[in-house]
Design a protein around this ligand. Structure first.
Ligand SMILES: [Zn+2]
Length: 194
């Protein structure tokens, strides 16, 4: 009897744990999308169908894909990301209103690469890799760097774009090395500030 009770307690604890984890993920998703407005990408991001870098991502179907792409605008104070469940792009209105135009433009190229990867059935957040080594991220950053070079941006400015809160100095150096961008001075500057 006791044995069975223990088993059932353990089983119910396990179930509660699963339910809690599910609820947490569900709630987080709900919260991130709470109050978000949904629109068509092409209605707000005009002219992107003519950008060479984006045509390189989607090929001849660029216009059609961008016309059908769903974009959500969220109050969450972040940048932008692609939902790995539905492939929709979510953009922070705070970032759109306050971010640097060039960074926003390069981020759009980065995220549209993820949209294409989602369409191709790739796993966007493969946790077997560190962020800076993940093939989906490296591919997205390669598109960004190529466009940045086409625009004539310096290594310093590209490096500034690559610097985000979630990258350590070492991660930044590794990513920059992979992308052939010189970030040594910036990383050094970061270290000096610390
Ligand atoms: Zn990414």
């Amino acid at each position: 009897m006791i044995k069975w009770r223990l088993v059932s307690i353990k089983a119910s604890e396990l179930l509660m744990g699963i339910a809690f984890r599910f609820a947490r993920r569900f709630l987080l998703d709900k919260m991130m999308n709470f109050g978000a407005s949904t629109a068509r990408f092409a209605d707000y991001f005009k002219g992107f169908e003519n950008v060479e870098a984006i045509k390189e991502i989607f090929g001849e179907k660029t216009g059609e894909i961008l016309r059908h792409l769903t974009v959500k605008f969220t109050w969450v104070r972040s940048y932008m990301w692609v939902n790995p469940k539905d492939g929709h792009l979510t953009v922070s209105t705070y970032y759109l209103n306050n971010g640097d135009r060039l960074d926003i433009y390069l981020d759009v190229i980065h995220e549209l690469t993820h949209v294409k990867q989602f369409m191709d059935g790739k796993e966007l957040f493969d946790m077997h890799y560190d962020y800076v080594d993940r093939p989906t991220e490296v591919e997205a950053y390669r598109h960004v760097v190529k466009e940045a070079r086409r625009l004539g941006l310096s290594d310093e400015r590209i490096c500034e774009h690559l610097k985000t809160e979630w990258l350590s100095d070492n991660d930044l150096k590794r990513l920059a090395r992979t992308l052939n961008v010189k970030c040594e001075e910036q990383a050094h500057a970061l270290q000096r500030q610390v």
